[in-house]
Design a protein around this ligand. Structure first.
Ligand code: C5P
Length: 240
């Protein structure tokens, strides 16, 4: 497989063509951004950590019956994935109050929700990724009603599998964001990444935050937190 022309550069990843039009080459960058790009930094090792963690998580959830775009890791910072057309929705699942939910609704951070909930946000940096209702999704023709049901079902299934997996590692899965895309046959596949950039992960014993909130809220060293997650998942530490 050959790495071809750069197709797209986002805040955290670059996407390249390959010599197979059904496959793209993803490179994870060392950049960290928060608050819709207002806070920025370059953090050496972050690209490797997110690539390793995402590759491990996509492989583990594949074994448990959840298909994704992931094909294989090709280097410390790169992976091959199936080419999909991204559905312009950020699908968020929450188990415990935190982040924008805690702020918007005045629910104390750390309060467990009576059941997991799914929220959708418009993937639009200019608008600051606003929260959407299902009516918004319908009238703006962002996704069909059937597809929205599939996204909810898949997101809750991922939540079950990931919550169990992290619990075994002594980590509470507080919330996370997923993205989905359609492959050339129109099948909806889980896409993008699952990493401490896109999940809130708290140590079960201490409630220590092991995710991007460390960067957002200046709580300590981001790579230490991400290395902790990678080590618990059975991956290699950057420092070895
Ligand atoms: O900020 P908020 O509480 O809405 O975030 C919910 C979850 O979605 C968090 O785990 C956060 O890391 C993730 N998220 C993300 N990308 C965004 C917005 C939120 O990965 N653009």
């Amino acid at each position: 497989m050959e790495k071809g022309t750069l197709l797209y550069e986002g805040k955290a990843k670059k996407i390249y063509e390959t010599n197979d039009q059904r496959i793209v080459w993803i490179e994870y960058k060392d950049s960290a951004t928060a608050f819709n790009g207002e806070k920025k930094a370059s953090i050496t090792g972050k690209g490797r950590l997110n690539n390793e963690i995402t590759s491990l998580l996509f492989s583990k959830i594949q074994e448990l019956g959840i298909d994704s775009h992931f094909i294989k890791k090709v280097s410390e910072t790169e992976q091959l994935v199936k080419k999909v057309e991204i559905i312009p929705l950020e699908t968020v699942v929450r188990n415990i109050s935190a982040g924008s939910f805690a702020k918007r609704l005045g629910v104390e951070e750390g309060s467990p929700l009576v059941r997991p909930i799914v929220e959708f946000y418009l993937k639009d940096d200019v608008l600051g990724d606003p929260l959407l209702t299902e009516d918004h999704i319908e009238v703006l023709q962002l996704a069909g009603k059937d597809d929205v049901e599939i996204l909810k079902e898949k997101a809750l299934k991922v939540n079950e599998v990931l919550s169990d997996l992290f619990k075994e590692l002594g980590i509470r899965l507080v919330d996370f964001k997923l993205e989905f895309g359609k492959d050339q046959d129109g099948h909806i596949l889980l896409a993008d990444e699952i990493s401490p950039d896109t999940c809130r992960l708290w140590d079960i014993q201490t409630n220590e935050k092991l995710d991007k909130d460390v960067f957002r809220r200046d709580l300590g060293n981001l790579t230490d937190a991400y290395e902790n997650i990678l080590a618990r998942l059975g991956g290699q530490s950057v420092c070895t």
